[in-house]
Structure formats: C-alpha cells, structure tokens
Ligand binder design. Sequence first.
Ligand SMILES: Cc1cc2nc3c(=O)[nH]c(=O)nc-3n(C[C@H](O)[C@H](O)[C@H](O)COP(=O)(O)OP(=O)(O)OC[C@H]3O[C@@H](n4cnc5c(N)ncnc54)[C@H](O)[C@@H]3O)c2cc1C
Length: 689
Amino acid sequence: MAAATLPSAQEWRSIGPEPQQQLALAPCAATPPNRARSATKMLPRFDPGVMETYLDDMREMKIRVHELFRQHPDLLPNVEEGLSKEEHRSLVRRSLKVILQAGYSPLDLLARDPRKYFYLGECLSMVDLSLMVKSGVQYSLWGGSVLNLGSEAHRRRYFDDIAQFRLPGCFAMTELKHGSNVAALQTEAVLDTLTDEWVVHTPDEGAIKWWIGNAAEDGRAATVFARLKVPDPNGGPKLVDHGVHAFVVPLRDESGNTLPGVEIRDCGYKVGLNGIDNGAIRFTHVRVPRINLLDRFASVDKSGRYSSPLTSQARRFAATLGELTGGRVGLTGGSVGVLKGAVTIAVRYAALRQQFGPPDSPEVAVLDYQSTQLRLMPLVATAYALHFAKGLLIEKYVDMKRTREPKLVEEVHALSAGLKAYTTSYTQAALSTCREACGGHGYAAVNRLGALRSDHDIFQTFEGDNTVLLQQVSAMLLKEYRQQFSGAPLTATYHYLRASLLGALPNNPLVTHDTEPRHLRDPAFLSKALEYRTARMLFTLSLRLRKHGPRLGAFHAWNKCLNHVLDLANSYVESVVYKTFLRAVAGCVDPECRRSLKAMSDLFALRLIEGDMMFRNDEYIAPAKSKAISRLVVQLCSELRGVALNLVDAFAIPDHILRAPIGLGGNGGVGGPQPDAYREYLVAAGFDV
Ligand SMILES: Cc1cc2nc3c(=O)[nH]c(=O)nc-3n(C[C@H](O)[C@H](O)[C@H](O)COP(=O)(O)OP(=O)(O)OC[C@H]3O[C@@H](n4cnc5c(N)ncnc54)[C@H](O)[C@@H]3O)c2cc1C
C-alpha cells in the first residue's frame, strides 16, 4: 500500500457520495437473477485482481507458500478426522520442515526483513493456526527473545540452530499462579559466585512454568524468565533481588531426554491449537553458566556485581518487555488472516444460499436480506480496515527496529498492544457471527468456522491478555495527556474539547443537525467525531482519576474507572484504524476499487458512531442525525452487497487453503463464478454426485 496524503474535501466528494455517480446498477456476476430486480443501489464492480494487487505487494510469496501445501495436501489437517494431539503435533512439525526445506527461514526473515516474516505468518494462518503459532513460538518468542534480549555472542551461538529448528525452544514466562502480572513471577536464578553459575529453581508449585509452547515434546532449551538474585555487595546475609530477567536454560539432550533437575509435564488437550505441545516445567536447582543471562539490558560480573545502563528496575523491566512486541505484531497479522478467511466463507455462502422469496418467484439469496447485510458487510469493511491498520503497525515496527528512536519504541508498544487486543477480540466475535450467518451448515466441522473459533480464541489471551493490554494503551494516552499534549496527535482536539466542555464553544447546531449523506460521509466529519470521542473520554477519565486518586489511592481509583479506561483504549484504536483506512482509500488509484474502499471506510466509521450513545447524550449528534446515520449504514451495507463477492475474492485465499466446501470461490478461489458449493459439500459428506 502506497503512503498517501489525504485528499481535500472536494476530492473526497468525487470519491464519495455523489449520488449520480455512486448508484450505477451493475449486478454482480454471481448474483442470483432475482437480485437484479430487488436491487436499488449498487457500487460499480471492480476487478478483484486489481484490488488484490493494491492490498498485497508480496502476493508472489503467498502464492509460493500456498503452493507448497497444494503439493503436500497431507499436511493440511482434516478437522473431520479428529486428529489426536500427537498426530496434529507431528503434522505441524513436518509442515515446519517443509517450509524450511523450501528455502524459507523465518528467523532470518525476522532478523533481516520483518515485513516478510509477518507476511509469512499471515499466509500460514488459514493453513493451520497451530502451524502459525508453533512457528511464532520457535522464531518470534524463543528466537526473538535470544536475538532481542541477548548480546551478539548469544546471537552467534544460537542463531543457526534456532533458525533450522535443530534447537527447538520455548519462551517460559507464565507460571501456574502468575500470567499477566509478569513482575510477580517467582522462579529464581541465583548466582553461585564459586562456580560462576546461575542456579535456576522453582521455589514452590505456584511457580511451575505453565502453558509453555514447544515444551511438552520438542523443546531442547528455553528462555526462562526468573528473578535475578545475587549476593549482597555489602556483605549482608540476604540475596539482592533485581527482578525478572531472561536466561537461556537447556531442557533436553539431543535424544530428547530431560536434563537433570528439569521436570516437564504435558498440559494436555486444549480447546484448540492442539498441534502445539504446551507443557509445564519445574526446575530443581538447575545450573547454567553465568553467560546464559540474556544481558542486553543488564549484566552481572563474576563477583556478582550487577550493572545496567538503565537506572531503575521498572525501566529495565519495561525495556525487556518492550523488546517482545514482535509477537503481538505477528498475532495481529494472523488474526487479520483468520478474519479474511471467515468473511470469505460467510459471504460466499450467503450469496449462494437461498431461502424464501416473494410469492411465485424464485427464492432470494440470504445475503439479500437486510439483516444478513448488516451482519456481514461491516465485518468485510472491518477486515479491510484492520488489514491496512496491520500494515501501518508493521511499517512502524520495521522503522522502530531500524532507528531505535525512543518515541517510536513507545508508540509501537502502545499500537501493538492496542491493535492486538482490538483485532483479536473483533475476529473472535466475527467468527461467531460468520458461523451464525451460515446457519446449520456453518456448524459442520468441515466448513472450518468452528475449528477457527476454537483455535483463534486464545489469541485474545496469550502474548498479553487483551484487557490488560488495553490498559497499557490508556496509560500511554494519559501520560501524553499529562505531558501538556506536546506533540500528541490529538492536541487540537484537546483544546477544542476543553473549550467545548467548559461551555465556551457549543457544538455548531448546523453540524449537529446536518443529515445530508454528503456531510455524513465526509471524512472530516467522521474523523473529527471519532477524535472527539477519544479526547472526551481521555479528558473525563483524567478528571475522574484526579478526583478518586487522593481518596482511594492510584490502584483503586484506576479500578473504579476501569471500564472507562478500556473504552478509551478501544476508541483510540478505532480512531487510528479509521485514519489509516482513509489514507489507504486516498492511495488507491483505481477508481472502482477506490469507490468501494471509500464506502467501506464510511461504513466502518458510521457504525462506530451509530453504536455509541455518547454522541447522542452529548448532543454532538441530534436525534434526526442519528436516525439518518442508521439509515445510511443500512444503505451502505446494501450497496456493498453488490460487490461483496469481489471484496472477498480480492483476499485471494485459494480454495485448497480455505478448504470450507460452502465457501469455495471460482477459479480455485481467486475469483470468478462460484462453484457448486452444495456439490462440494455432498462430496465432503461422502455422497457420489
Ligand atoms: C494455549 C496457550 C499457549 C500459551 N503459550 C505460552 C508460552 O509459550 N509462554 C508463556 O510464557 N506463556 C504462554 N501462555 C500463557 C499466556 O501468556 C497467559 O495465559 C496470559 O498471559 C494470561 O495470563 P493468565 O492465564 O495467568 O490470566 P490472568 O492474568 O490470571 O487473567 C485471568 C482473568 O483476569 C483478568 N485480569 C487479569 N489482570 C487484570 C487486570 N489488571 N485488570 C483487569 N482484568 C485483569 C484477565 O482479563 C482474565 O480475564 C499460553 C497460554 C495458553 C492458553
């Protein structure tokens, strides 16, 4: 996607809602004949190939990766067969090897070309989420922790073995009793100055490492997060606890036997992702050399003297966790991949499935029902919105890695936390909506929506629980707010808002009551409304915290405002996503594609405004305007229905990767007339047809 500046108001109008340009009647090729009669308004059709090219500048790589699985269909898990966890794990292992043998080295990509690394992850998401996550554990978590938290010596020592999967490894942070609260982990690493070794130990059952990916069967080493303890330099009797640090700890020998002091149990069957061997690990006085401390942010010499360029424990901790943002970027991409797959299945099926109709007439496609359009078209629009937002996140991540500019580090931390949380929660809800939109056949395992829902569910929890991540976003916004808005993206809005809330600047009544589609679809109105919402929430949250803080203390004041905190973070993310979408609309040169993108960006923003009572309560939007927005949302969904198949065809997920008989596309899945889904489905059920 090319970066683009935003068009002027006049230019937007030429893309947007000029009624005479917008409403060309152009029935979709796959639209049932009765559709044309019932159609009122439609967007001009576009070539999905052109849209795909705009969305995806690395499609050659996707084609090659997906081709690997056409050549190895045995590697695609058949959900109907009900693989045991051992069978699924073995399948995933073989798939990883096939990827490596084909010349893709995910760790090399992560280190040298992260855009391609994240793209590979998204390509694998609809192949098998277990495979995507297994690769993420080995390369982003295990490999990424060594590369990002260790020194050049660690990198030299481990890089090739990790890259080639000769040294499968783990990221062992979570414990039985502590997940989100990483600072409270209890595993300890005590320096023995006599032998120059760390003694890694699990002090009680609550500190057993839990859920550790790659641990149950494959892992031969792990990055273990433990409290670093050294003798008191002043000779006191107690050890000095420097907080949580990362250590490389071998787990198994080359034959796969656990090493002395290491006890590993299998976490067993999970709700999904059973191709990953999650395990629990207990350490009993395991000794590793002092150099196994991943010492990018702190080191300890032979005598036990601790030193760090970062002055406080809190800053070291933040720097350590800050280096792990790559995992969240990867999950965001994978989640967008799943969302695209789910809406592709649901839209294609809804366009084909017919139920009821006018008397003496053919039945209509369920996608022609207003309720189905309202269910599915916002999902398609949001899949596009999040696709572009994920692109922005990756660009910023790449820039951050290149420049290490502190402001950018903070921004990427907040953006990755916010987008990971928003995207994975959205996709999870969308999977249920897609299942429902497909009726009973959506519930058949072979159509994959159930398996995707089970596999994807945990994306909301691992790599940072979404509720916890959103709080980090709001904390960042409050910090910026307190820094007198200097350089903050919302500065102008804050000032406007303050004046407005103090009654000095009432909302312009003409704007409040304007119900014209031209105004309602004006990006200036939509972005301002979304910014107003974020700024208002930020302003009022800050007031509430200031009010409650002195009486309740910071922790309880925060907890009292927690819903507000979460709403603020979501609102901020939505504002960023919308702005990114607008840039993508502006950067698209093909007029037909751009028209559909603009309609989707309008729908994305209008749905948010429609669903938020705050605009009504604040009299930011008069009741008549609110009704006009609801009408426009319905209209946009109806218009987009005409290009719905093109929109999902542009995601270009080939049939052999999508694999849901009810969702197959024409021409192998990349567009064209839909094949007979019922026939595919009957064949999948074992009928001779
Ligand atoms: C399949 C799977 C794979 C995993 N892989 C790994 C791995 O490879 N390595 C690893 O180290 N870990 C791994 N994990 C662990 C995962 O990262 C943690 O489960 C996650 O960080 C959440 O921690 P928790 O389970 O302790 O939940 P908790 O933190 O106990 O959360 C429980 C509930 O409390 C809420 N909550 C917690 N804190 C707050 C708060 N401050 N405010 C409001 N609500 C709050 C949460 O939203 C949640 O609903 C994996 C987990 C699973 C299930």
